[in-house]
Design a protein around this ligand. Structure first.
Ligand code: SF4
Length: 727
C-alpha cells in the first residue's frame, strides 16, 4: 500500500545530456575528492559527480564539489589584461605584451633603485603544483627577491613550523585510512562537517564499523563537537596548557610508551621536567577544563592501543600555533602514536593545494622541502636550474604577515599578488588598505577581476582557474592528484604557468634558464629533483596518467614502486640530525588580547560549508551564495537578552581596530562571553581582528581578540548590507 502517495509525481532528475566525463580533483578544500565533470555536446561543463572508485571520497562530494562545474562561466572573471598608471585612474584594457612588459620593467626599475628585496611576491594555495614550482624558479632563480611567501601563512604555517620543529621536516605523517584503525580520535579546533565534509564522512563511516571515543577540543560547540563523546570547551588560545597537562598526567601515571621514547625521541628528560608544573589543578584554572576531565582524557588517549590527533585552524591561528602543533606531536610521540596504523598526528590542511605550495613553491626554502639554510641544498638546486648558488639567500626572507608591515615602513616598494585576496583575508583590514596605498607598483594576477585586492593594483593579469589547465595538487594525506583540462579559459585569460614563463623571458637571467612549456614537462623536472636517498618527498615513480589511473597517489612513491605510501616515519626514523624526533619543552605565555570591561566578548571566526577563499568563487555560485549570503554572528541567547538584542537584528561590532555590521543569530553554540563570525565575508571579521603573530610561524591569531556589541539603526544597517552585496 502506498499510503497516500499515489498521486505524488516521481522526482524527475533533469537529463543534462552529458556526452563525456573528464577527471579532476576538487579545487576547493584539501580533502582532495576525485571529481568527474560532465560535458555536453558543445563541450560545456554541465554536471559534477564524485568518482566511485576514488580512494578519498568513494563517489561522495560535498555541496561545493557538487556544483563545481558551475565555476565555468561564473561572473567576475577577468578576460583581458588591464593597466593603469595610478590606482585612482580607471583601468584600461591592454595586450598581454603591454601588461607583461610593464610588470617586468617596473620590477627591474625597482630592483635597480632599491635592491631586489624591495619586491615582494605573495602567492596562494590555489595554483597547480607545477605552477608553484615554476613561480619559485622565477622568483628565486630570476627576480631574486627573498621576500616571497604564500597565503598559507594565514592558515597552515603553524602546522609546517610545528612539523619541522618536532620531526625535522614538513609533511603530515598520517592518512584518512587511520580512522579505520584508530582506537581514539582527538580533534583540536577542527570542525570537519563544515570544513572538510568528506573527511568527516570517512570518520563517520569508520565509527559505524567500529566504535571508538571521539574527543573534541573547541571553545565553540561545533557540529563535530555535537557528535563527540567528550567535548572540552577550552578557553581560547590555551591549547598548549591543556596539552602540557595531558602529557603531565600520562608521565606521572607511567602511561607513556617508554621504549618508543628511548628509541626514537630526543630530550625526554627536559620535557618531563618542564611539564611538572602543568598539573591538572593548575592547568584547569588557565584552560577552563575541569581537572578530572583532563586526567580522564589523558588516560583514554594513552591507554588506547592506537590513538590519533587531528587539528585545523583552531590550533594554527594562534599566538601559540606552532607550540600547539608541537604539543600535539609531543602527545603522540610519548604515546608511541606516530607512523603506525591509527596512530598519527595529522594536520588537516585548508586550501586544495596548500600542500603543493609547501612542497614545491620554494616560498619557505627551495623545491622539494629543501632548505635555503643548507649549502648542499642551495648548490643542488642551483646546478639543476643553471644559476649561481650565491644568487640564493642563505636564509628565508619575510613572510606574508611581515611583508605588509615592510610596505608600511617603505622597505617593500612593489607587490605581486598571485591568486589570493589579502584585502579580505588579512587581519586588521583598515590598516591593510592604508598599507597598499604606499606601494609604487602592484600587480594582481587572479582568475577574478573583481577580487577586492585588485582595487589597488596597477596591472591586472587574468589567470585561468580550475579545469582550464592541467596539472597536480596534493591533499591533506600527501595524495598527489590530477586536474585534467576540460574547458578553455574565458577571453584572453591564461594559465598561471604561461604567465610565469612569459615574465621569465623578459629577464636576462630567465632567458638563460629552461622554463618548460607544458605542465607534464614541468612535472618531469620535479620528479628528477625529488629523487634522492632518504628523501621522503619523492614523486619519481609517478606520472600524470598513473595518478589518474589510481585516482591519486600518496608520496613517497619512488621510481619502480607500483604505488605510494600511506604513512611517514613508520620505521621511527625522522629527518633530524640524529634520526630521532624532538620532544619540545614549551612554556605557556599569556599574550593575547583578552576580553575586558570595554570589549567584553571574545571574537571567534571560522568557515561555513558554503564558503571558500574569501568567496571569490563561492560568492558567485547560486546554491553556495544562496545559503549563506549575509554576514551574520552567532551570539549566546542569554548574552543577547541581556543587551536587548533579538534574533535577526543587525548590530555593530566594535574592536580596537574597526567596526563591522552583522546580523545576530542567537545560539548556544557559543558561550556567553563569545561571538562567532564566518571568516570569508569581505568588510567583516577582518575589520575587527588583531592578528598578533606566532613567533615561529608568523601566522596571525585570527581567533583571539576582543569586541563589544552596539545597537545600530536597522534601516541604515540593511542599506549597508545591500550595498556590500552589490560590490
Ligand atoms: Fe571538494 Fe572538499 Fe567538498 Fe571534497 S570535501 S568536494 S574536496 S570541497
Amino acid at each position: 500500500m502506498l499510503f497516500g502517495r499515489k498521486k505524488r509525481k516521481p522526482i524527475k532528475i533533469v537529463d543534462k545530456q552529458v556526452q563525456e566525463w573528464k577527471y579532476a580533483v576538487c579545487g576547493y578544500c584539501s580533502t582532495g575528492c576525485s571529481i568527474e565533470v560532465g560535458l555536453n555536446a558543445e563541450g560545456r561543463p554541465v554536471a559534477s559527480r564524485g568518482k566511485g572508485s576514488a580512494p578519498v571520497n568513494q563517489g561522495k562530494l560535498c555541496i561545493k564539489g557538487l556544483f563545481e562545474h558551475e565555476l565555468s562561466g561564473s561572473s567576475g572573471r577577468g578576460t583581458v589584461p588591464l593597466i593603469r598608471e595610478h590606482t585612482y585612474d580607471a583601468y584600461r584594457e591592454c595586450s598581454w605584451d603591454e601588461a607583461l612588459d610593464k610588470t617586468a620593467d617596473e620590477f627591474k626599475r625597482i630592483a635597480e633603485q632599491y635592491g631586489p628585496d624591495s619586491i615582494a611576491v605573495v602567492s596562494t594555495g590555489q595554483l597547480l603544483t607545477e605552477e608553484f614550482y615554476t613561480l619559485g624558479k622565477l622568483v628565486r632563480g630570476v627576480i631574486g627577491t627573498n621576500n616571497y611567501d604564500g597565503n598559507t601563512t594565514l592558515c597552515m604555517a603553524s602546522a609546517v613550523s610545528g612539523y619541522k620543529r618536532s620531526f625535522g621536516s614538513d609533511g603530515p605523517p598520517g592518512c584518512y585510512e587511520d580512522f579505520e584503525q584508530t582506537h581514539c580520535l582527538m580533534a583540536f579546533g577542527s570542525n570537519l562537517p563544515e570544513q572538510h565534509p568528506i573527511i568527516y564522512w570517512r570518520l563517520k563511516e569508520a565509527l559505524e564499523k567500529r566504535k571508538f571515543p571521539v574527543i573534541v577540543i573547541d571553545p565553540r560547540v561545533t557540529m563535530l563537537a555535537q557528535f563527540a563523546d567528550i567535548h572540552l570547551p577550552i578557553t581560547p588560545g590555551t591549547d598548549l596548557v591543556l596539552l602540557n597537562s595531558l602529557a603531565h598526567v600520562i608521565i606521572k601515571e607511567g602511561l607513556q610508551d617508554q621504549s618508543y621514547i628511548d628509541a626514537h625521541c630526543n630530550d625526554f628528560a627536559a620535557f618531563s621536567s618542564m611539564i611538572e608544573k602543568y598539573d591538572p589543578t593548575t592547568a584547569a584554572k588557565i584552560c577552563g577544563i575541569d581537572e578530572d576531565m583532563i586526567r580522564h582524557v589523558a588516560r583514554i588517549y594513552a591507554k588506547a592501543p592506537s590513538a590519533m590527533s587531528i587539528w585545523t585552524m583552531g590550533i594554527n591561528q594562534s599566538t601559540h600555533g606552532s607550540d600547539g602543533v608541537c604539543g600535539i606531536n609531543n602527545l603522540n610521540l610519548i604515546t608511541g602514536n606516530i607512523g603506525k596504523p591509527g596512530g598519527t598526528s595529522l594536520s588537516i590542511t585548508g586550501q586544495c593545494n596548500a600542500m603543493g605550495t609547501r612542497e614545491w613553491s620554494s616560498c619557505s626554502g627551495l623545491p622539494g622541502y629543501r632548505m635555503l639554510e643548507k649549502t648542499e641544498h642551495r648548490e643542488e638546486v642551483a646546478k639543476f636550474w643553471g644559476v649561481d648558488s650565491s644568487f640564493f639567500p642563505a636564509k628565508r626572507g619575510l613572510q606574508q604577515t611581515d611583508i605588509f608591515p615592510a610596505i608600511e615602513s617603505g622597505q617593500i616598494k612593489a607587490l605581486w599578488i598571485v591568486a589570493t585576496n589579502p584585502l579580505t583575508s588579512m587581519p586588521n583590514q583598515p590598516r591593510i588598505r592604508k598599507t597598499l596605498e604606499k606601494l609604487e607598483f602592484m600587480v594582481v594576477q587572479d582568475g577574478y577581476a573583481d577580487c577586492e585586492t585588485a582595487q589597488y593594483s596597477n596591472v591586472y593579469l587574468p589567470g585561468a582557474v580550475w579545469g582550464e589547465k592541467e596539472g597536480v595538487q596534493t591533499n591533506t594525506e600527501r595524495r598527489v592528484n590530477l586536474v585534467r583540462k576540460f574547458v578553455e579559459p574565458p577571453g584572453q585569460a591564461k594559465p598561471d604557468f604561461w604567465i610565469f614563463n612569459q615574465l621569465a623571458k623578459r629577464f636576462e637571467r630567465g632567458q638563460k634558464m629552461h622554463f618548460p612549456e607544458s605542465t607534464s614537462e614541468i612535472f618531469d623536472e620535479m620528479k628528477m629533483l625529488s629523487k634522492g636517498r632518504g628523501r621522503n618527498l619523492d614523486i619519481s615513480g609517478m606520472s600524470h596518467d598513473l595518478i589518474e589511473q589510481q585516482s591519486g597517489i600518496q608520496w613517497p612513491m619512488r621510481e619502480g614502486d607500483s604505488t605510494g605510501n600511506p604513512r611517514l616515519y613508520s620505521d621511527g626514523i625522522f629527518p633530524t640530525a640524529n634520526g630521532k624526533a624532538n620532544l619540545l619543552a614549551m612554556d605557556y605565555i599569556e599574550n593575547n588580547e583578552v576580553p575586558d570591561d570595554a570589549f567584553p566578548f571574545w571574537l571567534n571566526s571560522g568557515r561555513v560549508v558554503e564558503h571558500f577563499h574569501t568567496r571569490t568563487k563561492t560568492g558567485k555560485l547560486g546554491n553556495l551564495n544562496k545559503f549563506s549570503p549575509t554576514p551574520y554572528m552567532e551570539m549566546n541567547p542569554d548574552a543577547a537578552a541581556a543587551l536587548g538584542i533579538h534574533s535577526m537584528q543587525y548590530v555593530r561590532l566594535v574592536s580596537r581596530r574597526g567596526d563591522a555590521v552583522v546580523m545576530v543569530q542567537p545560539t548556544h553554540r557559543v558561550p556567553r562571553n563569545m561571538v562567532f563570525i564566518p571568516m570569508h565575508y569581505h568588510d567583516c571579521v577582518n575589520r575587527l581582528s588583531l592578528g598578533l603573530l606566532d613567533p615561529y610561524s608568523r601566522q596571525p591569531a585570527f581567533k583571539q581578540c576582543a569586541v563589544r556589541i552596539e545597537h545600530i539603526d536597522q534601516k541604515e544597517a540593511a542599506k549597508l548590507n545591500v550595498e556590500r552585496r552589490a560590490f
